[in-house]
Ligand binder design. Structure first.
Ligand code: C2E
Ligand code: MG
Ligand code: MG
Ligand code: MG
Length: 290
C-alpha cells in the first residue's frame, strides 16, 4: 500500500514477489514523467560544526512525491533512475534546483553555507558533466566555492574511467569534492590518494555503532585521524544520539549531520530554520542549533 513506500519502509519491494516486480516495472515507467510532472522535491539537511553546532552547510536530498503513493525515498528510486539513464536529467534538475535555492538563501541570509549535491556514477560518466555544473553555477549565480559534489565511495575508477580527470576539472573550477559513505566501498585508501577530495563523510553504518562496537569506534577514530593527516575535513553522517555527538567531538570530527540535529527538511521548513537563526544572531544571543 501507499504507506509502505515511506522512508525506510519499502519492504514490499524487498519481498521480490511477482506483484512487487510488476510495481517495480510500473514505477520505472512512471519515473519518466516525474520530472516534467513536477513531482520531484529537494529536501535539505543541515550539517553542523562539531564544536559550535553552528550550521555550516546542507545536503540536497531528492524525494519523489508520487500523487498516489506519497513520498518515495531516493534509496528506492535512484537505482531505478540509474538503470534507465533517467538519473542524468534528474541529477541535473536536482543540481540546478539546489544551486538556485542555495543562492536565494545566500542572498537572504548571507551565511556562506556550503551546498552538498550527490552525483551518481552515471552522471560522472557523462563527458559534459563539468559543463553541466558550470552552467548550473553561472545560471543561478552560486559561487563555485559554495558547491560540494558528493561522490560515493562505491564508485570506482574501473566503472568510471575518467573519474580522476572529471573530479580534477570540477575541483579546478572551485567546487569542493566530498567522498560519501566512506568506509563502505573497497577503494578507500586508493581514493584518498588519487582524488581531489576536500572532505570525507564517514558512513552512518560506523556512526551507528558508536557505543556498541569497539571495532567500529576504532575505525571512526582512525578515519578522522587519517583524514586530518591528509589535510581533509571529516563529516560524520547519521549522528542520531548524544553519545554519537560526544564521541565524534572528543575525537576531533569536524562536522556532523544527522537526526540529532535535524532531519532533511522541505524548503519552507529549512528557510524557517535559517530565519530563526538569523533573528537570534541579529538580536545578539547565542546562535541556535539546527
Ligand atoms: P547519502 O548521500 O549518504 O545521504 C544521507 C542519507 O542519510 C539520507 O537519506 C539522509 O536522509 C539519511 N540520514 C541523515 N541523517 C540520518 C540519521 O541520523 N539517521 C539515519 N538513519 N539516516 C540519516 P536519503 O535522503 O533517504 O537518501 C539516501 C541516498 O539516496 C543518499 O545517501 C544518496 O546516496 C541518494 N540520493 C539522495 N538524493 C540524491 C540525488 O539527488 N542524486 C543522487 N545521485 N543520489 C541521491
Ligand atoms: Mg550524500
Ligand atoms: Mg552517505
Ligand atoms: Mg548513502
Amino acid at each position: 500500500g501507499a504507506k509502505s513506500l515511506g522512508r525506510n519502509n519499502y519492504q514490499i519491494y524487498a519481498a521480490n514477489t511477482d506483484a512487487s516486480q510488476q510495481q517495480h516495472v510500473a514505477l520505472k515507467a512512471r519515473l519518466r514523467h516525474a520530472v516534467k510532472n513536477d513531482e520531484l522535491r529537494v529536501f535539505y539537511q543541515p550539517q553542523v560544526n562539531a564544536v559550535t553546532e553552528d550550521i555550516v552547510g546542507m545536503e540536497a536530498l531528492v524525494r519523489w512525491e508520487h500523487p498516489e503513493l506519497g513520498m518515495i525515498s531516493p534509496a528506492f528510486f535512484i537505482p531505478l533512475a540509474e538503470a534507465s539513464g533517467l538519473i542524468v536529467p534528474i541529477g541535473e534538475w536536482v543540481l540546478r534546483t539546489a544551486c538556485a535555492q542555495a543562492k536565494a538563501w545566500e542572498d537572504t541570509y548571507g551565511l556562506g553555507l556550503r551546498l552538498g549535491v550527490n552525483l551518481s556514477a552515471v552522471q560522472l560518466m557523462q563527458q559534459n558533466l563539468a559543463e553541466v555544473v558550470t552552467t548550473a553555477l553561472s545560471d543561478t549565480g552560486l559561487d563555485p566555492n559554495c558547491l560540494e559534489l558528493e561522490v560515493t565511495e562505491s564508485i570506482s575508477v574501473k566503472t568510471v574511467p575518467h573519474l580522476v580527470e572529471t573530479l580534477d576539472a570540477l575541483h579546478a573550477m572551485g567546487c569542493h569534492i566530498a567522498i560519501d559513505d566512506f568506509g563502505t566501498g573497497a577503494a578507500s585508501l586508493d581514493y584518498l590518494r588519487r582524488l581531489p577530495a576536500d572532505r570525507i563523510k564517514i558512513d552512518q553504518s560506523f556512526v551507528r555503532n558508536i557505543g556498541v562496537d569497539p571495532d567500529d569506534e576504532a575505525i571512526v577514530r582512525a578515519t578522522i585521524d587519517m583524514a586530518h593527516r591528509l589535510k581533509r575535513g571529516v563529516v560524520a553522517e547519521g549522528v542520531e544520539i548524544e553519545q554519537h555527538l560526544q564521541f565524534l567531538r572528543a575525537n576531533g570530527c569536524d562536522e556532523l549531520q544527522g537526526y540529532l540535529f535535524c532531519r532533511p527538511l522541505p524548503v519552507v521548513a529549512f528557510d524557517k530554520l535559517l530565519a530563526e537563526r538569523e533573528r537570534v544572531i541579529t538580536e545578539g544571543r547565542a546562535p541556535v542549533t539546527a
